[in-house]
Design a protein. Structure first.
Length: 95
């Protein structure tokens, strides 16, 4: 079983913003970028938190979606904290 490959952009957002995340991903893909959304690309049997952190590290940029639906707890908060740490190390971060 293999893990998801490197992508140009990792999109992090609340489940309630899934529709917007899909539209954003579609636009980025139309522009020729590869996009990882944690919505449906994780493989069964893999430690999802470890895989997400690994994909974030291997992505060229991270887009964090924030809206009135955002509940700043749990896995979303962990992804944001990881993104901020990576931005401090030079990775592109768009909020």
């Amino acid at each position: 079983m293999t893990e998801p490959a490197e992508s140009d952009v990792f999109i992090s957002g609340a489940s309630a913003d899934r529709g917007f995340a899909r539209r954003l991903a579609d636009k980025l893909c139309e522009s020729g970028l590869s996009v990882f959304r944690n919505e449906n690309r994780l493989l069964v049997g893999l430690d999802s938190l470890r895989v997400i952190e690994d994909v974030m590290r291997r992505s060229k940029a991270i887009a964090v979606l924030v809206s009135s639906s955002t509940n700043p707890t749990g896995s979303w908060l962990r992804e944001v904290e990881q993104a901020i740490d990576m931005a401090r190390d030079g990775k592109s971060l768009l909020i």
